[in-house]
Write a protein of this length. Sequence first.
Length: 97
Amino acid sequence: MNKIVRKHYPVANLPEDLREGLSNDATVRIVLEVEDRAEIADDRSLDFRDFQAEASKPLTRKEALEAIRRFKAQDRPSVSLEDAVARIRVLRDEWDD
């Protein structure tokens, strides 16, 4: 996978749509990654407007119970407290670079 990382990149050099909400004299960390074509195809099949309308509608009791049942059926492994803390520390330490 191709990846480009730029640290301390001036916000003033960003395109206008990426500068929104940021101070022009600030700096940011930029990470560019080449997307897999399969991921792009999957993303295009989703229409955000449909998801947004669906998300704003509250679940009925029956729908909530069905969602819980589907989640439990996935049988995801539980994470120990030590593993969770280790993962968080790795993510936190990425910001120190």
